[in-house]
Structures are given as C-alpha cells and as structure tokens.
Design a binder for this molecule. Structure first.
Ligand code: SF4
Length: 291
C-alpha cells in the first residue's frame, strides 16, 4: 500500500481498510496543528491508487467500509474526486460507506447536486474539524473560514443527505476568550444537524505556533479544571439530538447519545470540576504525543 506519513485515521470509524487518495492538508496552517507540516498537499497518483485497490481487492473483496485519507481528501474538485471514487467502487463493488475527514471549506466548491452524487457513490458520512463557531477564535487560530461558512456548508450537506460530525476544540481560544468560544460555538452547532459532536481538549504540541505564543505570554492555555468548565458551558447550551464523543483527559464517560443524557453528562462534568484529580489529568495531557 502507498501510505505517506503521517497516517491519521479517525479512531471512531471502522479501522480497516484505509485508502489514500490525497497526501497532506491543503490548509496546513491551523495554529495548533503540525501534523502535516512536512507533507505538502498532493493528489495520490492514479497508478498508486489502482495498485492499492488491487491489493485491497485481493485481501478483502467484500469490504463494506473504507476510510479515505489523508487530512482532507474532499478538497479535490468534484471532477477530480469522482473518478477516484468510481475506481474505488470498481474494485470494491460492495462498499456501503466511504468515510472521510475533511475541512468545512472543502464543501464550498461542490454543488448540492454534486454532493448528492458523492452520497450515491458511498460518501455518506464525513467528519468536519470545525473546532469553533466563534469568529474571533476561528480567526485567532487561523482556521481559514468563518461561522457563516460553517452554516452554509453544513446546510448543503444536510440538503444532500450526507451525515456529518462536528468537532469542538475545547480550550483553543485560551483563557481570555473561553466563554465566547463556548457560547458562540453552541449557537452555531445548534443551527446545524450533526449526527455527532466530538470534543477534545487542546494539547499544545511542540512546534505549534500556539505553543510558541503561550511561551511568549501571548496565549494563556486553560488548565484542566478550566477546560472542563468551558466544556460544561458548551454542552449546557448545546441542544442537538446527536451522539457525543469525547477524548478528554479525564476518565469521565461522556460519550453516547447526547440530548437524552444531557443532565447526567453535565452532572458528571460538574462532579469532575469539583473533585477530579487535576494534577493527574495535567500529567496525562503532558504525556500525550499526538491526537
Ligand atoms: S487541523 Fe486539520 S485543517 Fe488544520 S492544519 Fe491540521 S490537518 Fe490541516
């Protein structure tokens, strides 16, 4: 298989098989991320794709699911993307789901009709690394789109019938703007229809501009208790009947159906805010080496 490093697969989707149709990330400049810093965006050569598909066909000819790599494969225009998806279907005709993580603005260059065709061929569930619905925060972390873009592109996905996940990056606005990040993100997420909301706490990895800003005193990261307080504010305002996934450093079990368990989740979070071992949580975050 032709995989270029780093290979990041969404851990919540079926683990196998994976197929790389692009390399790197088109944006590559979010301030908290260095994952694809040394991997410029490129299309995977068609001959590599076809070789990989022959391998997959030999090992798993009845595959029902596949994850499309890399960071944002849907950045390709419809005219470039569709032939690649058709090739995948030619080799794996029983596929039912082609999962992909991608950026909000990758949807912009596709019409609703084109999105419907992507859904028909199997792209029926995607994950959007939204991170925030607050415009100050989106600009601060150089996300490259606005809250209005989030609304417009998510509504197109809804029209086309493509299910989508939205992520909330807990802590990314720092202490100064934490409240607005939580409140405005909930406002935007509430105007969308994600099948799942995912949350992860910000970890400042070496080499990220945000860590450098923190070292210069220009960004104040939240401590573990403040992260949970921000998440509590966000979830208390979130009003979507969706699934919740979290990979917080606390051992709290918050994942599962959200709205029907909302009060239970908020109570558990409040209990952790009041009594969790913050030192242990801080240590766990310091030991994290990747998302
Ligand atoms: S967070 Fe996602 S969109 Fe931003 S640079 Fe990293 S991979 Fe690219």
């Amino acid at each position: 298989m032709h995989f270029s490093e780093p290979v990041y697969r969404n851990p919540y989707w079926p683990t196998w098989p994976l197929i790389q149709i692009t390399q790197g990330c088109t944006h590559n400049s979010c301030k908290f991320c260095t994952m694809y810093r040394d991997a410029p965006f490129r299309m995977q050569p068609m001959e590599w794709l076809e070789e990989d598909l022959r391998e997959l066909q030999a090992s798993d000819p009845h595959a029902k699911t596949i994850q499309l790599l890399s960071a944002n494969p849907l950045a390709l225009s419809y005219d470039r993307l569709m032939p690649r998806l058709e090739l995948i279907r030619k080799y794996l005709p029983e596929l039912e789901h082609m999962y992909a993580s991608t950026r909000v603005d990758d949807i912009r260059n596709k019409t609703v009709e084109q999105l419907r065709k992507l859904k028909e061929i199997g792209v029926n569930e995607i994950s959007l690394g939204v991170e925030s619905g607050d415009d100050w925060t989106l600009q601060r972390i150089n996300k490259g789109y606005t809250s209005q873009d989030i609304l417009e592109q998510c509504h197109k996905l809804e029209e086309a019938g493509i299910a989508y996940w939205m992520t909330f990056l807990n802590g990314v606005a720092g202490r100064e703007h934490s409240h607005e990040h939580a409140v405005n993100s909930a406002k935007i997420f509430n105007q969308c229809k994600p099948m799942l909301v995912g949350t992860g706490g910000l970890t400042l990895f070496p080499g990220t501009p945000l860590l450098e800003e923190a070292q210069r005193g220009e960004f104040t990261p939240l401590d573990e208790r403040e992260l949970m307080q921000e998440l509590h504010t966000f979830l208390s305002l979130l009003d979507r009947d969706c699934e919740l996934n979290t990979h917080h450093t606390s051992s709290l079990y918050l994942s599962g159906p959200f709205l029907s368990r909302k009060q239970q989740i908020l109570d558990a979070l409040q209990e952790a805010i009041d009594h969790a071992d913050i030192d242990a949580m801080t240590l766990r975050r310091q030991q994290k080496r990747g998302l």
